[in-house]
Write a protein that binds this ligand. Sequence first.
Ligand code: TXA
Ligand code: MG
Length: 338
Amino acid sequence: MSFQTEILNDSEVSINRAAELIKSGEVVGMPTETVYGLAADAYNEEAVAKIFRAKERPADNPLIVHISSLAEISEVASEIPALALSCAKAFWPGPLTMVLPKNPRIPLITSGGLDTVGIRMPSHPTARALIQASGVPLAAPSANLSGSPSPTCAAHVFKDMNGRIPAIIDGGSCEAGVESTVICFEQNAVKILRPGRITAQMLAAVTPDVRIDKGVLHEVESGAKVASPGMKYKHYSPKANVVILDGSSTAFREYVDTHDKSGVLCLVFGEEDAADDVPYINIGATSEEQAHNLFDALREADERGASTVYARCPKFDGVGLAVYNRLIRAAAFQVIKL
Ligand code: TXA
Ligand code: MG
């Protein structure tokens, strides 16, 4: 490592400095309401190439472009269906990404070679201020090394990106803790490609036809065509072997108690799930708490040197679907039915 990444506070002076870095073609760590992003000028091919290098991200995995006002959508997309406008009005600014036909101004490197682009208007005031001060839409994937858990605080970004990017704005801990809901449109239907804080139930208020892509819950076969390239990559993985145990709290404790406990750490939904003599992290009782805490817990499991992580099985509905979608990838789809 040849230099130390600078951590900036989220004052106006710092945001303006970060915007200068972005205008000069650099990459900056940016807080959002979901997870931290690695932001650069979405129109600048060389700057976007630096994002891919910093993350070690496969070139065919597209980046989300972040805007700060609805007017900017036409500078990023080439076509905006009426249903997309209704979704934008209902959920922006906020944790929703819409996949739309790409405006030619967006270079192919940003869209991973696709003719569509994922667009989102974040609600986090620092992210919005940074987009405005930079004067361009910002391409920003999650600010982790490719494959590792997404960062939900500036320290996580520093751990993965120190010496790879010039600066990170520290905006504290991210509220949602899981990345945005990614959707695309099929006539009058909305299809969820990645679940998040904006749930299927919430989208149903805009259109009755809400579909969930099968890649959300199931492993994509190698070589299969996917609706969203991110689905086919290994994701969110700590070094430990993660296994989901699907059953009651009692069955979970019993399983852990009757199996080899060396190097085991448990992810539980409350103190009552904890087995005797086994370290655990409580990620919370509600789906919202679990979403907020999951990535931090996966990183902590590594720091504590766990070799096996047994996790309780999240709910499939509401925000729980987002927790399940991330955890099942961290677990490489290993689920044991109790
Ligand atoms: O909350 C978020 O979305 C965060 C913050 C920083 O905004 N960003 C984020 O970006 O999670 P990333 O790159 O880690 O995940 C983007 C996902 C990937 O799975 C990618 O394949 C998918 O969105 N995606 C992006 N553009 C797409 C497109 N044009 N078509 C299909 N999927 C797309
Ligand atoms: Mg990511």
